[in-house]
Design a protein. Structure first.
Length: 191
């Protein structure tokens, strides 16, 4: 018996059927990844990546979620073209060899009220994959007033050690720059 027939039969017999996570497509206009990096303990350098794409699955009732996001490194923007090119070069993101970053999480944590608290996953960049936990600072679903679609998403943050991925340039001269703060905004449209 296929899954749909099983669900219909269970429904007719009054048997509880576990909810299925809804599928959402990442909406690139409202999804981005930004970073802040210490600069010689004096100021902070910032930049961001745009036109992210991927998928999200979310089931509020079952308290489950998953996300798979591709971050195109060619969209890096620091607001200064020479600095952007510097970060895209081989000692840093090495965009010519590694054109994308990728984050995948199938392990979401929720509080007692069912609010999303963290996404535990794997971040791949410059050919290496390491665990990263994105802490949710907010998460919500709403009905879009523009097209009546259901949209879910939130703001997430983490601090990573860039040396884990082998990005070691200037760590001797700027040890504080080892740690990079990530801020990721995600919105996805129900399919």
């Amino acid at each position: 018996m296929n899954r749909l027939a099983g669900i219909l039969m269970a429904t007719l017999l009054g048997i509880a059927v576990p909810a299925m996570a809804a599928n959402y497509k990442i909406e690139p206009l409202h999804t981005n990844a930004r970073f802040t990096l210490d600069h010689f303990a004096t100021s902070s350098n910032v930049g961001g990546f745009y036109n992210l794409n991927g998928e999200l699955q979310y089931d509020a009732g079952a308290k489950t979620g998953a996300v798979d996001i591709t971050i195109p490194l060619s969209t890096l923007d620091t607001g200064r073209s020479e600095f952007t090119k510097h970060l895209q070069s081989k000692p840093f993101f090495n965009v010519a060899q590694y054109p994308i970053m990728h984050f995948v999480s199938h392990n979401w944590s929720f509080d007692k009220e069912g609010k999303v608290r963290a996404l535990r996953g794997q971040l791949t960049m410059v050919g290496q994959t390491h665990p990263v936990t994105l802490r949710a600072t907010k998460f919500n679903c709403y009905k879009s007033p523009m097209n009546q679609s259901q949209v879910c998403g939130g703001d997430f943050e983490a601090v990573i050690d860039r040396s884990q991925w082998g990005i070691n340039e200037y760590l001797t001269a700027m040890p504080a720059s080892r740690y990079v703060k990530l801020n990721i905004q995600i919105e996805a449209i129900k399919q």
